[in-house]
Design a protein around this ligand. Sequence first.
Ligand code: 4NP
Length: 161
Amino acid sequence: MSKISVLFVCLGNICRSPTAHAVFQSMVDEEGLSDKVYVDSSGTGDWHIGRAPDPRSQHYALDRGFDMGDLRARLVTEDDFNQFDYIFAMDKQNLADLKAMCPSGYSGELGLFLSLCQNPDYSNYSEVPDPYYGEGEGFTLVLDLIQDASVELIRLIKGRL
Ligand code: 4NP
């Protein structure tokens, strides 16, 4: 059986989507699903290709036990639609950019990651706010939102296995 594959996409692929990548990968590993679920991340913008995640993202993620140090930014490609069962955008602009490049026959699921959030505290968030130009609390909010949505994604995927 081929793996269920999940791609997280933001703008730079150095803050939000690598955070989702590391958090969700860690949950997949904890659930013993690493041989059944493949996780990746990418960006719609090309400024940071090949770079490690933003040091602030790495710092706040590591505080919660998520190591993002080995991840490297890459650009999302049309071929990703052939490879991934789920493609999750961090914000509405990312989603619009993905829809613009999505082949008409794409049979996976393309949507906003926070549509999976279950915690009522986060019901006002449909997008993961971009923390790049802000302060530390922006990065911890990114983690809070992503951890909540990831719990639901694990539940959904376990239901498919
Ligand atoms: P990300 O954050 O999309 O969460 O990786 C950003 C990183 C870099 C830039 C914008 C957003 N930038 O303009 O360089």
